[in-house]
Ligand binder design. Structure first.
Ligand SMILES: Cc1ncc(COP(=O)(O)O)c(C=O)c1O
Length: 457
């Protein structure tokens, strides 16, 4: 059969409210042109993020009912621990309330001012947590990964020669760990190949430096390896995931992505001394090490989600549905990061809205236009997120790319929802010259995209 169908039936429905374009224009102005300020009930198709927005399965809801809420040593914790160990294979596992708390705890323990963390591309919270410790977040993605229009099967790969040079120059004292983000969210949701993971791991081992994964979308990465890397076609996603993690020494994980839950995360590692210090910090702000800021029911849902996410029927549908959106936008002539990522399509807004200068925030302008025209909420991954304002001139120093991310929540929208998104782009293609640029009217000192305000130019 040609059509890869959603491998589930819908048993509970959540109504979405239709709004008019005039209504949305007023709501957008009241939100200061920052879609993070909108009420979700005013959004028709919410592609803001794939994080924490998954639909849970009947078995996960059953886990919610079965959750053991004991303060210490809950059964749900041990179920989660055993599932995490089966997939990831590391010695120690600390639950956290989400990915960034795992990052904060890890970096508080291992980083000192002046140190460096190499990564293919740091996600924004990872970068912010590294920089908060006074350290440098260094992006070493391969050159192909920086070119949106270029086709390459593994654009999330790290430049191994550059990594080797950095480690030679700075050494173990200045680089306490190396990270690999799978898939590479900020670089377009692009996968990292097994060959690259192996090569990065071998350079790290040569220098005696541990390798940690930012593992949020590990199952999607594993399935890309199965589809694209010779030698993996007959392997199960679980065995591919196990092999990926065998080359590392630990991971941070936002369970809000590939554990198919609405909240949760964990930190896992082999290093006993680091684990001890991380546990102590966890107790200070998250909770006792067998719940780490989560309820027992959340831990049970994570355990079940980690089983379901590695199901081949699910992964085949997941990657096919993202590709479907990418192919249709491509037919409309909307430039997107190629090839389609695992969890999202990234539109190259700077290339598409070429009547706007990068300083006029083209990606944020497109985010606003998508909401106004069709009630679609997307997110800017460009100058608003990664650029900065020059304090001397007040001008924007643009990020390398101005992308709009259309992130697809897991198991939430059907093909007709996605067809509607394509129609909104079709409509915008007809009037894209009318899309106006934006300027900041307020910006906070860090992670400015969440709370910044804008005005139309
Ligand atoms: C690659 C990556 N790392 C880390 C995080 C942070 O996870 P959380 O939102 O659970 O704190 C995210 C969230 O989107 C992410 O995509």
């Amino acid at each position: 059969m040609r059509t890869i169908i959603e491998p589930f039936r819908i048993k509970t429905v959540e109504p979405i409210r239709l709004t008019s374009e005039a209504e949305r224009r007023a709501l957008l102005e009241a939100a200061h042109f920052n879609v993070f300020n909108l009420h979700a009930e005013h959004v028709l198709i919410d592609l803001l993020t794939d994080s924490g927005t998954s639909a849970m399965s009947q078995e996960q809801w059953a886990q919610v009912m079965r959750g053991d809420e004991s303060y210490a040593g809950s059964r749900s914790y041990y179920e989660m621990e055993s599932q995490v160990r089966e997939v990831f294979g590391y010695q120690h596992i600390l639950p956290t309330h989400q990915g960034r708390s795992a990052e904060r705890i890890l970096f508080s323990v291992v980083l000192k001012p002046g140190m460096t963390v190499p990564n293919n591309n740091h996600f924004d919270t990872t970068r912010a947590n590294v920089e908060y410790q006074g350290a440098e977040a260094l992006d070493l993605v391969i050159e192909e990964g920086r070119q949106p229009a270029l086709e390459h099967p593994f654009k999330g790969n790290m430049d191994v020669a550059k990594l080797d040079a950095v480690l030679r120059e700075r050494g173990r004292d200045k680089v306490p760990l190396v990270m690999l983000t799978i898939t590479n969210n900020s670089g377009g949701g692009q996968p990292v190949s097994m060959a690259n993971i192996r090569a990065v791991s071998s350079v790290c081992r040569e220098h005696g430096i541990p390798l940690f994964f930012d593992a949020c979308r590990f199952a999607e990465n594993a399935y890309f390896i199965k589809l694209r890397e010779p030698g993996y076609q007959d392997r199960t996603p679980l065995s591919i995931a196990q092999e990926m993690f065998s080359y590392g020494d630990g991971c941070t994980m936002s369970a809000k992505k590939d554990a198919l839950v609405n909240i949760g995360g964990f930190l896992s590692m082999n290093n006993d001394a680091w684990f001890q210090q991380c546990s102590n910090l966890l107790i200070l702000t998250e909770g006792f090490p067998t719940y780490g800021g989560l309820a027992g029911r959340d831990l049970g849902a994570i355990a079940q989600g980690l089983r379901e996410v590695l199901d081949e029927d699910y992964l085949r549908y997941r990657l096919a549905s993202t590709t479907y959106l990418g192919q249709h936008l491509d037919k409309l002539g909307v430039p997107c990061v190629k090839p389609a990522g695992g969890h999202a399509i990234f539109v190259d807004a700077r290339a598409w809205l070429d009547h706007l200068e990068p300083g006029q925030l083209p990606a944020q302008a497109l985010v606003c236009a998508l909401y106004e025209a069709g009630g679609i909420r997307a997110v800017e991954i460009g100058t608003v997120m990664f650029g900065r304002t020059d304090p001397q001139t007040g001008r924007e120093i643009p990020a390398p790319l101005d992308l709009v991310r259309l992130a697809i929540p897991r198991r939430v929208y059907t093909q007709s929802h996605i067809d509607y998104v394509v129609e909104v782009f079709e409509e915008l293609s007809r009037r894209k010259r009318d899309i106006r640029g934006l300027a900041f009217s307020y910006q906070p000192p860090f992670l400015r995209h969440f709370t910044a305000r804008f005005q139309r130019l």
